[in-house]
Write a protein of this length. Structure first.
Length: 311
């Protein structure tokens, strides 16, 4: 971490011996606060205590780890805080539910000191990298390629669908029904489990830059940073140019079109968007040829239009 102070970790477990072990393993590098009562931990967090990372058991009396995690994520100041499950429940269903909750990591008991330290350091280093970069804006590049970056760091994603999901939600007002996603992002309607896997991958890729939240069979996107998206910039410029009809506006909009939208991506929605941007570009090329101020400009515009149609 870049701060001189030790990172602050909260550990929550109803087994006092586990809390003592976690504190013993981490105290040389971190400031550790422990809670054997999940309700007390939630009260402390609600009152404004903000850790750099939370380690939490799942099977606890009163308020279990899943419920606590959901409550923590509802607090705006804590949405970007890494949440690590540490539990004796190692079955697949529990693991999958933990990932669907948006957990950053999942460790099972018994654990080794090195496993715990590795998990904690990995999550903190990831957050520190994002916070130390220029996060004022996400840079989204989807014309003639596919790249999303925050500051100087390129966002790493496990599947193309992660980018399609993010952009689909941005275009559709940041909320979508899961039933609609099944049709729009897959050639064949996807299963609920496939969607959950995709959302977990998206959460992992964007970390505290974007939250993907479930509610009433819908998914909602909450961006923690402003963004600049080349396709959106092109569309806005194209609409303005078509409305104004001014040659300078048309040429500016044409210059923003760098190439095919998300080449190599094949979701039904993506193909529809690709056709939409191509149609806008084609209209601009035609307008440029019509309103060009002189013969030389008109010939250039006509050749450009013919070349695009020839592709």
């Amino acid at each position: 971490m870049t701060s001189e102070a030790k990172p602050f970790i909260i550990s929550i477990d109803d087994e006092v011996n586990i809390l003592k072990l976690i504190e013993a393993v981490l105290k040389s590098e971190f400031t550790v606060s422990t809670f054997s009562d999940s309700q007390a931990a939630l009260a402390s967090l609600t009152d404004g205590e903000k850790p750099d990372l939370i380690i939490c058991d799942i099977n606890m009396p009163g308020l279990d780890g899943f419920e606590l995690h959901e409550q923590v994520r509802s607090l705006p100041s804590l949405r970007g805080v890494p949440f690590v499950y540490l539990t004796a429940l190692g079955d697949r269903d529990t693991f999958r539910k933990g990932m669907q909750q948006g957990a950053d990591d999942y460790l099972t008991k018994p654990f080794t000191a090195s496993e715990l330290k590795e998990a904690v350091n990995a999550r903190l280093e990831r957050v520190d990298t994002l916070r130390s970069s220029d996060k004022a804006k996400l840079l989204i590049r989807t014309l003639d390629g596919a790249n999303i970056s925050a500051g100087n760091e390129s966002i790493q994603y496990e599947a193309k669908k992660v980018i399609e999901l993010l952009l689909y939600l941005i275009v559709n007002g940041e909320t979508a029904r899961l039933s609609t996603l099944r049709r729009e992002l897959w050639k064949k309607e996807a299963s609920e489990n496939t969607i959950h896997v995709l959302i977990n991958r998206a959460r992992k890729a964007f970390d505290d830059l974007a939250q993907f939240n479930f509610q009433d069979e819908s998914i909602n996107l909450e961006l923690s940073a402003a963004y600049s998206w080349d396709a959106e910039d092109f569309e806005n410029a194209a609409k303005a140019a078509i409305k104004s009809g001014a040659y300078a506006d048309i040429e500016r909009a044409i210059g923003l079109y760098k190439g095919t939208f998300l080449p190599g991506f094949n979701a039904p929605w993506t193909e529809q968007q690709r056709s939409h941007y191509d149609s806008q570009y084609l209209k601009l090329l035609g307008l440029s040829a019509e309103v060009a101020p002189n013969d030389a400009s008109r010939k250039v515009a006509q050749r450009r239009l013919e070349a695009f149609l020839g592709d």
